[in-house]
Design a protein around this ligand. Structure first.
Ligand code: ATR
Length: 269
């Protein structure tokens, strides 16, 4: 049995072990996946101990995604662009770092939510780690336009400058100054954690808008309620969670698990 785990702090309430157990059952793969609480000052030592104990890889969650990017011997292109790693593979050649968060988000939008990104007007809220990881995977889908809005506009401007040159116009904005209607709005701020909502113009949202919050909780976030009241399709981050796990499973095992039945079961539970 090949062993994997999720390293984080806190990590006890993660749903990833159940998700990977279902993927393993479904694909007939012999693997175990558990959580691993790393002390805040001992992430690197924790990773090395797992590798030395024979683990094949690990997922990484808050607050260690940047540390994981610094620790990995090699980075995939998408991990390098994100500046963050959520998937480590322990190989004979060293520790390989990848990032499946952005691909998971794109797959959730395309396959689960059923919205097209190609040709769409896309608004990304936030300019921290979660937002940064989403940008390149979104641009690869050829949207018509990407606007990055953030509380601190200078950070959004920096990201817009960094990710220009991919053939898609990328611009920065303050929340209140975002203009027009959008097809897809992704909330990558941590405002929902605090029960807060960025000050967005209502005209951004309409009946054809997908409003995707990266957070998930038992109840809809303030962002989801605001967008839903304006006619948008409001979606939480549970689908992204399942899809980033499926992508990590593929990175490790070379097999892509089915996600739709699992996602439906998790929503029903
Ligand atoms: P993460 O890893 O979740 O992206 P982060 O890197 O700390 O966390 O980034 C948090 C993001 O949420 C930032 O874009 C932050 O805005 P600032 O750059 O201005 O700090 C945004 N954010 C946090 N709290 C917010 C709030 N109450 N309203 C709006 N944006 C908020």
């Amino acid at each position: 049995t090949d062993r994997y785990c999720l390293i984080g702090n806190p990590v006890a309430h993660s749903r990833s072990p159940a998700i990977h157990a279902e993927f393993a059952r479904q694909t007939g793969q012999q693997l175990a996946y558990e959580t691993c609480l790393a002390p805040l000052d001992a992430f690197a030592a924790t990773v090395r101990a797992l590798r030395d104990a024979g683990y094949r890889g690990a997922n990484v969650t808050l607050p260690f995604k940047l540390d994981a990017a610094g620790l990995a011997d090699t980075l995939s292109a998408r991990a390098s662009a994100a500046g963050a790693v959520n998937t480590l593979s322990f190989t004979d050649a060293g520790i390989a770092g990848d990032n499946t968060d952005g691909a998971g988000m794109v797959n959730d939008i395309l396959c689960n939510a059923g919205f097209a990104i190609e040709g769409a007007r896309v608004l990304l809220l936030g300019a921290g780690g979660a937002a940064r990881g989403a940008i390149l995977p979104l641009l690869e889908q050829r949207p018509a336009q990407l606007v990055i809005a953030n509380r601190t506009v200078a950070t959004a401007e920096h990201l817009a400058a960094t990710f220009g040159g991919h053939g898609v116009p990328v611009s920065a904005s303050a929340f209140t100054a975002v203009d027009g209607r959008f097809d897809i709005v992704v909330n990558a701020t941590s405002a929902s954690l605090a029960g807060a909502l960025p000050p967005l113009p209502p005209a951004l949202f309409g009946a054809g808008t997908l409003a995707l919050d990266m957070m998930y909780a038992a109840d809809p976030t303030p962002f989801m309620r605001f967008a839903g009241d304006l006619g948008a399709t409001a979606r939480d981050g549970l689908g992204m969670l399942v899809e980033q796990a499926a992508e990590a499973f593929f990175v490790w095992r070379g097999i892509r698990p089915q996600t739709s039945a699992l996602l439906a079961a998790m929503r029903a539970a």
